[in-house]
Design a binder for this molecule. Structure first.
Ligand code: PLP
Ligand SMILES: N[C@@H](CCOP(=O)(O)O)C(=O)O
Length: 418
């Protein structure tokens, strides 16, 4: 049994270090603020163990097992997450005036990139003999945890704001989880889940405090590095909520560059809605940060992000930046992505497209650069949200006349042979 490739857990605020075998979420030295822990690895051990060819063939994220903070003896709890396609997007590129590729992470097993983190979390929980897993969620992490808990035969109890899209309240229950719809915001559901974790001792998946979550998310960085090694993009674009995902991707890409698996790293661009812009505001040094989230992009409706520090580090170290877009921009991006490339994203998944358009307008991204947009979630969980972009369906009677009202009379008569 061995976790020897994990050196320590290091507090991002004070640098104190902790034993990675302990069940510990945050550094206890900081009252009131979360001292988020960083997993520090022994890369000599990882490098020795990692022998998979970087040939672009990626069945699942467990190709990078040597990099994951799981015991070498643990059996992965997996639904084949990761290994998502990196698609050329010629029509979207024309629309945005820059070369864009799309990493379609909405095609993960539960419809969201969260599965990368959840697979690691549930593998660790199961290996440690935990029986009950929990989290607070805007809906995607909930569905993801519920699916993997089902796979691992663990009890799952989750806290979701009651305003979450219907599909996100239903999906985790189909996987057999208890869903408690909290009469409040995601931030309030999150605070409650923390109290519950302390009182009941359930295993908490929340990436905001569970240091191992971001580690699963970083496989999207490993994959992108492998998939783009001959054409590393100038920019990789994510939407940001708590900030853990962009931080994870950057850590994954950066460590592949530091190990000389790839020659370069991209700049990270973080996109937030105007109504939930706390990381953007912190990055740009705004004095006042509005802690009330108000946006239709429900997955990133976060007023008090817990991973601002890791997100800002990713933006800074990569030479990237953060920007905001309006809800209308996001709705527009959802249909642009759908109609140009046949990809149906939820609002937070489409926000990077709105961000690229804004970055082009502001001269942040120039026309001769290349960009990868990471679509983090599928649109099928929130059809009511998408309906705001496409409007009501056209209703007709089952007659040719009603079709003609739409398209005019048929110009040619088809001849059918029997
Ligand atoms: C679909 C989707 N995109 C983006 C995000 C933002 O990720 P993070 O909170 O790690 O910044 C989330 C949830 O957090 C999400 O569910
Ligand atoms: N928007 C997220 C929030 C929690 O996810 P996490 O992976 O950051 O813990 C969601 O889908 O619930």
């Amino acid at each position: 049994m061995s976790l020897d490739h994990v050196e320590t857990l290091e507090c991002t605020l004070c640098g104190a270090t902790y034993d990675p075998d302990q069940i510990m979420y945050t550094c206890p030295e900081h009252d009131g603020v979360a001292g988020i822990l960083e997993v520090v690895y022994d890369y000599d051990i990882i490098n020795e163990r990692f022998d998979a060819p970087l040939d672009g063939t990626i069945q699942t994220q467990w190709k990078y097992r040597a990099f994951l903070p799981v015991d070498t003896e643990a059996t992965p709890i997996t639904l084949d997450e990761g290994g998502t396609d990196l698609l050329d997007a010629p029509q979207l590129s024309t629309e945005l005036g820059v070369d864009v590729r799309v990493k379609n992470d909405g095609l993960n097993p539960t419809g969201c990139f969260k599965d990368r983190a959840t697979s690691v979390a549930v593998t660790k929980a199961r290996h440690a003999g935990r029986n009950i897993v929990t989290c607070a969620s805007t809906g995607n992490a909930a569905a993801s945890l519920a699916g993997y808990a089902a796979r691992a035969d663990l009890d799952c109890r989750i806290f979701v704001p009651e305003s979450a899209p219907e599909g996100k309240l239903v999906q985790p229950r189909v996987y057999g989880a208890d869903v408690l719809a909290v009469a409040g915001s995601y931030d309030e559901a999150y605070d409650l889940s923390m109290e519950v974790t302390e009182s009941y001792g359930w295993d908490n998946r929340n990436a905001a405090i569970n240091p191992f979550q971001i580690e699963g998310k970083r496989t999207v960085g490993h994959e992108l590095a492998e998939q783009t090694q001959d054409s590393i993009p100038d920019w990789v674009v994510f939407s940001m909520g708590d900030g853990c995902t962009i931080g994870g991707c950057w850590k994954g890409f950066r460590e592949f560059a530091e190990l000389d698996y790839v020659d370069d790293t991209p700049k990270m661009l973080g996109v937030q809605p105007e109504g939930a812009s706390a990381i953007h505001d912190a990055f740009h040094g705004h004095d006042e940060i509005d802690e009330v989230a108000d946006t239709l992009a429900d997955s990133v409706a976060v007023g008090r992000p817990r991973n601002t520090l890791k997100a800002c580090r990713a933006l800074e170290e990569s030479g990237g930046t953060a920007l905001t877009v309006t809800d209308d921009d996001i709705l527009d991006a959802e249909t642009v992505l759908g109609r140009t490339e046949g990809i149906y994203a939820e609002p937070a998944g489409a926000a990077p497209i709105a961000g690229i358009r804004r970055a082009r307008e502001q001269g942040i991204i120039s026309s001769d650069e290349s960009v990868v947009a990471v679509v983090t979630g599928i649109g099928l969980k929130d059809t009511a949200g998408a309906k705001r972009a496409v409007g009501d369906v056209t209703r007709i009677e089952p007659t040719l006349g009603d079709v003609a009202d739409q398209y005019g009379a048929a110009e040619t008569e088809m001849e059918y042979s029997s």
